[in-house]
Design a binder for this molecule. Structure first.
Ligand code: BG6
Length: 483
């Protein structure tokens, strides 16, 4: 049982895809695994003309689709799920306010409210203003606002949105979600770095050769062409997820595990990223191909995509971090859709010994670098590659790994949304992105948003355009480790 404090969980976009696929199942898992059934009711808000019963059916179906079939599900929906239609105009927010108060009175709730914006970004501003003007930005308990990415479309719009939010909500009420921060192994990175001094002492330019962060997806853009055509890979994945992971890898140790201390260190390291040179960026776009034996169309053939589209679905970036710790160490970020498999991995490659005394064929150095692989998904865990002597008379080296697999040791992993929603209920902002972090991150990528060269084509089901490896001079990479 956790201390979630009795609250009403309001989802704007309550009938949408995110609510059905992620939020409702995550909320229900919290109820099942953390025993908060009496702590929280769900109020779906959307423009569709539904009543409570319709929304209970939608909720039940969403839970069944997510694989929940327990007996308590029907009763939970019946007692804890409500719906409020939100029309256009300010009056609707006043009606919403009245409805929330009436549910709270019926349930004897103290006025703790979570407003989750699972909405298209274009609707964020009017919703924030509507909430604020209707007085829903404060209550007799606490009020928290959850915003899904994208936070703005570029630096200017992010600054505007943050300012608008701050007109009505204090930063301590705002929870900007980057669902990568909810992934167990991403959080484990902090534990790994700051509780194992053995690694912390080599986590710097004296010992690290390079760092690579790879987010590979098998999926294409699905039915999201409308969004993806204008977003592209930098806005969709790099400015947020990859940069957040980078910040956790590269940040300095905070003075405590308190949310603000961690977020202060993340901002500092994001601000220290040097301007990215265009020559250090390779864009790609998938062509038709085959993944797991299934033929898939190319990006330009996807429904809703312009047949001459230059939108990139892959990018490789080399960047530098101008701090004492990381001066001169290349950081490579790589992400793409329609790659051979789903894989999110951080590879920290350590330097070889200063003098090589074990040689292979033609006198080349036989010593491979140590590599620490941190796999965020799908097989969460760590692996440290090191050299051993292969059996036999002569001294020949072989690479082996020390491994930790989360699954083998701990079993079920909480879904990222479960972790994050629970944190919102508990008022812990550690895993949420502060306004200055968002802006610092846009500041890095803003200059790349207008840079839309013809992307290199890569066949779906391959590891992206060869140019990424060639032009970025990746050398020993997780690419070669994983493939
Ligand atoms: C989303 C992007 O934020 O993250 C999607 O918009 C992407 O394009 C998804 O597919 C990847 O998330 P995950 O958790 O499946 O790695």
């Amino acid at each position: 049982m956790v201390d979630a404090e009795r609250n009403i969980f309001v989802i704007f976009g309550g009938t949408g895809d995110l609510a059905r696929r992620k939020l409702i199942p995550a909320l229900y898992n919290l109820i099942t695994f953390h025993d908060i059934s009496s702590e929280c009711v769900l109020l779906g808000v959307a423009s569709r003309d539904l009543d409570d019963d319709d929304y209970r059916v939608l909720t039940r179906d969403a839970l069944r689709d997510a694989g929940n079939s327990d007996a308590a599900l029907e009763a939970w929906c019946e007692e804890n799920v409500f719906y409020q239609r939100l029309g256009r105009g300010f009056g609707s927010f006043e009606e919403l306010s009245t409805r929330i108060e009436s549910i709270e009175t019926d349930q004897s709730f103290p006025g703790n409210r979570i407003f989750y914006m699972a909405l298209p970004p274009a609707l964020f501003p009017t919703t924030v203003v509507g909430l604020g003007e209707a007085g829903l930005n404060e209550s007799s308990g606490w009020t928290r606002l959850v915003i899904e990415k994208p936070i703005g479309n570029d630096l200017e719009s992010a600054i505007e949105l943050n300012a608008l939010v701050h007109d009505y909500f204090d930063e301590s009420q705002v929870y900007r979600i980057d669902h990568y921060l909810g992934k167990e192994t991403v959080q484990n990175l902090l534990a790994f770095r700051f509780s194992n001094p053995m690694f912390e002492s080599v986590w710097n330019r004296d010992r690290v050769e390079s760092v690579e962060i790879t987010v590979a997806e098998e999926l294409g853009i699905g039915s999201r062409a409308g969004y993806y055509e204008s977003a592209g890979v930098i806005r969709d994945m790099v400015q947020n997820h990859l940069t957040q992971v980078l910040a956790l890898v590269a940040m300095e140790p905070p003075i405590s595990f308190a949310a603000e201390q961690i977020r202060n260190e993340k901002v500092k390291v994001i601000e220290a990223i040097a301007p990215i040179r265009r020559e250090s960026v390779v864009f790609g776009q998938y062509e038709s191909g085959s993944i797991d034996g299934v033929d898939v169309p190319g990006y330009q053939e996807e429904d809703g995509v312009d047949e001459d589209s230059h939108t990139a679905t892959f990018v490789g970036i080399e960047l530098r971090i101008d701090t004492w710790r990381w001066q001169g160490v290349p950081f490579f970020l790589r992400t793409g859709k329609r790659l051979p498999k789903r894989l999110t991995e951080i590879a920290v490659t350590f330097q070889r010994p200063p003098l090589c005394i074990i040689h292979g064929r033609r006198d080349s150095c036989a010593v491979e670098p140590n590599i620490l692989l941190i796999t965020l998904q799908p097989n969460e865990g760590f692996a440290l590659r090191f050299n051993v002597k292969a059996p036999g008379d002569s001294v020949e080296l072989d690479s082996q790994a020390l491994r930790f697999s989360h699954d083998d040791v701990y079993g079920r992993l909480a879904d990222a949304y479960e972790t994050l929603i629970l944190d919102v209920m508990e008022g812990d902002q550690t895993l949420f992105v502060r306004s200055d972090e968002v802006e610092a991150s846009w500041r890095i990528y803003d200059p790349l948003l207008d840079y839309r060269p013809e992307p290199h084509r890569y066949e779906a089901g391959t590891w992206g355009p060869g140019a990424a490896d060639r032009d970025l001079k990746l050398g020993e990479t997780p690419w070669t480790v994983v493939t």
